[in-house]
Design a protein around this ligand. Structure first.
Ligand SMILES: Cc1ncc(COP(=O)(O)O)c(C=O)c1O
Length: 308
């Protein structure tokens, strides 16, 4: 490893997730498809904070607390898991959360939105259009309002996907490499969904640091390859700068696989439902984290083992 990663241990972190998450093989599907496919169950990280969000928030909220923030402000869709997880972690940390949620109509009080309220989050609704073009500005305005009241704020971007959140999935690769040793296997590919970029970007950097033999593939659930290459390159470089490392981030080494976007929020394609059903019936695993909607790749990091 030629990269300087000496500063990694000095990055502040909270320990909130149940780690390491289990890794298990999909025996029947592997046999049938002639591959060696494993799931890393990041849906086991916790309940209120479940899924991939918490790994990023362990670093993000730690940073907010070290800056003495009294409120964290973040954004997402009305049923955003990231927003619900942020509200839960903020409650546990004893600070306020303020969520900027994307919705055009008056929402029903259900799902994550209901949990956000139970967890005590302040909520601002904004339209789809404002979300696309002005969410940063709107969060900055809210931050200024808190500052005017003497409450120090910390703004978390969508999905906590930034140079800080990245550390969560860098660390996940270290965890995977340890599990390989315990299991006596060697994974050659790691596959994840890409919704805001931080999971992919962290796994990409993590594989450079801890598992340079692995390729990382991301399936974007929205937008397109170019959009996510730009985000992942930018936030990976931010992390590298924080580390003071000589890791080179090359976007042509990133593998964002376009063409598998979901049809829309809470709308599933027939082949997605068929795939979820197949995995459930053959492996006993419900292949989605969100009961609100299905997307093409969800709830697990998928590993494939070149050893067999
Ligand atoms: C289970 C799961 N994996 C991956 C992703 C994508 O993560 P990111 O937002 O970091 O791109 C999501 C996002 O919603 C998710 O729920």
């Amino acid at each position: 490893m030629s990269n300087n990663v000496n500063n990694f241990d000095n990055v502040t972190k909270l320990n909130l997730a149940n780690l390491p998450t289990p890794v298990h093989r999909l025996d029947k599907i592997s046999e049938e498809w002639g591959v060696d496919l494993w799931f890393k169950r990041d849906d086991y990280t916790g309940v209120e904070t479940s899924g991939n969000k918490i790994r990023k928030l362990e670093y993000t909220i730690a940073k907010a607390l070290s800056g003495k923030a009294g409120v964290v402000i973040t954004c997402g869709e009305i049923q955003s898991n990231h927003c619900r997880a942020t509200a839960a972690v903020a409650a546990k940390a004893g600070i306020k959360s303020h969520l900027v949620l994307r919705i055009d109509e008056q929402p029903l009080l259900e799902g994550n939105y209901l949990l956000d309220k139970i967890l005590g989050a302040e909520i601002t609704f904004i339209s789809r259009e404002d979300y696309s073009y002005r969410r940063g500005e709107i969060m900055a305005e809210i931050a200024r309002d808190y500052e005017a009241k003497g409450i120090s704020s910390y703004v978390i971007p969508e999905g906590a996907s930034d140079g800080t959140g990245n550390f969560g999935y860098i660390e996940a690769v270290k965890e995977i490499v340890n599990q390989e040793k315990e299991l006596g296997v060697s994974f050659d590919a790691i596959v994840c969904a890409v919704g805001s970029g931080g999971t992919y970007s962290g796994l990409f950097l993590g594989s450079k640091i801890y598992g340079p033999d692995k390729k990382v593939y991301g399936f974007n659930v929205c937008d397109d390859e170019e959009y996510f290459l730009n985000i992942c390159e930018r936030i990976a470089n931010d992390t590298v700068k924080t580390l003071g490392s000589d890791i080179e981030v090359k976007r042509d080494e990133m593998n964002i696989i376009d063409g598998y976007k979901r049809l829309g929020y809470a709308i599933s394609k027939d082949e997605e439902l068929a795939f979820i059903t197949e995995v459930a019936r053959k492996e006993g695993v419900i292949f989605f984290e969100k009961f609100i909607y299905f997307s093409n790749v969800d709830n697990c990091v998928i590993l494939s083992n070149k050893g067999k």
